[in-house]
Ligand binder design. Structure first.
Ligand SMILES: CC(C)(COP(=O)(O)OP(=O)(O)OC[C@H]1O[C@@H](n2cnc3c(N)ncnc32)[C@H](O)[C@@H]1OP(=O)(O)O)[C@@H](O)C(=O)NCCC(=O)NCCS
Length: 338
């Protein structure tokens, strides 16, 4: 049975059951990824940016002999933002190939259509069943990135210390746990606005104006995700010349996510990219002693960034693809095939 589900008011048993399914999916599809924990999972599933909405549904298995609710074997949510619905679907490995995934997509797609949105986007991990699944539903591949993972156990720390100090004269680096300080928010947003199409941020919306940036930091905190930032400041102008962002999620605190890394055009060629990333890893080593890995996503064409990541010890892991489909066509196709 598929029913609409609100993680804000869901029972703790339901949250635990979603977590079990998520971890069974990870074990089947991405066995090297750390399992998720329940810490702030409810908030992770509920909290959104102002102006965005997330709608969720679950599919329950049969009730137990004592009438207790069945386990949650499938979960779908769609995040409505701008003119697109961003979809995420999970089906427990033991419940796959029975049409449940298709049913969950149809349920969400109908709502997205009713809400007046035109397209649906989804992130699809390369070399998993999701590729054939979304292609069978008519989704088209729009964009491919490579995920790379750095095992902190393999890092050459003395070499990294040298890299962190290798920034050109006239710049200094600043470590900002929690987010940029308030007096630098405007300069920070300007740096992000200037380089909106250059770095890793393609699959996740970046924040370009100060208010949106504040909202985005606030949303991260509410979702249990702790941001860390290293800035390169241009001493002469006070400009943010470069920045790198890493987030440590309460749900999988042993593996952090690298978000944007930006070096503003006028400040390229001074070793900022390498230095800010190296400094970040050094800081994380003491700020998050249980952290074991960092993962990052890069466009395959972004050779400069890939080269620096390789020097730091990142190893390419999987293709990470963005697919999309026209909602009306999807609903029509799925209804016609029923
Ligand atoms: C992708 C996923 C949702 C599919 O769920 P499902 O319930 O097995 O899908 P369905 O049974 O509705 O399959 C619909 C169609 O998709 C295609 N398909 C699905 N899985 C497939 C596979 N492993 N190989 C080939 N085709 C597949 C088939 O055409 C299938 O139709 P058929 O069974 O009649 O041939 C499920 O595998 C899943 O949860 N994957 C994890 C997704 C994810 O986001 N992971 C993130 C962390 S890795």
């Amino acid at each position: 049975m598929v029913r609409e589900w609100d993680p804000r008011t869901a029972s703790s048993d339901e949250i635990a059951s979603v977590l079990d399914t998520l971890n069974a999916v990870l074990a089947a599809d991405l066995p090297q990824d750390p399992p998720w924990r329940e810490n702030s999972l409810r908030e992770y599933l509920s909290e959104v940016m102002p102006g965005e909405r997330r709608i969720s549904w679950v599919a329950e298995g049969d009730p137990g002999p004592d009438g207790a609710p069945g386990p949650i074997l499938g979960h779908v949510h769609v995040l409505l933002l701008g003119d697109i619905g961003v979809l995420e679907v999970l089906v427990h490995p033991e419940a796959r190939r029975t049409g449940l995934g298709r049913q969950l997509v149809l349920t969400a797609a109908r709502r997205v259509y009713q809400e007046g949105f035109r397209s649906i986007g989804v992130e699809v991990v390369g070399d998993t069943p999701a590729v054939a699944f979304y292609e069978s539903l008519g989704f088209l591949r729009e964009y491919v990135e490579t995920r790379s993972v750095l095992d902190l156990g393999t890092v050459d720390w003395p070499a990294l210390t040298e890299m962190a100090g290798g920034v050109g004269a006239g710049y200094h680096l600043e470590f900002c746990p929690g987010g940029p300080p308030d007096d630098l928010i405007e300069a920070y947003a300007r740096a992000k606005a200037e380089v909106r199409d250059v770095d890793d941020g393609e699959l996740r919306p970046s924040s370009y104006d100060p208010q949106r940036l504040r909202d985005s930091l606030d949303t991260l905190h509410r979702r249990g995700m702790k941001p860390y930032i290293v800035l390169a400041l241009h001493e002469q102008t006070g400009q943010v010349a470069g920045l790198t962002e890493v987030v440590v999620p309460a749900q999988h605190p042993t593996r952090a996510d690298q978000y944007d890394t930006i070096v503003v055009q006028d400040h390229r060629g001074y070793g900022i990219d390498r230095a800010i990333k190296a400094r970040m890893l050094l800081e994380l080593r003491s700020a998050e002693p249980t952290l074991g890995e960092v993962q990052t996503w890069n466009a395959q064409a972004n050779e400069a960034m890939l080269k620096v990541n390789a020097e730091l010890g990142y190893r390419p892991d999987r293709e990470w693809c963005e697919y999309s489909v026209d909602v009306a066509e999807l609903v029509h196709r799925l209804d016609a095939s029923r």
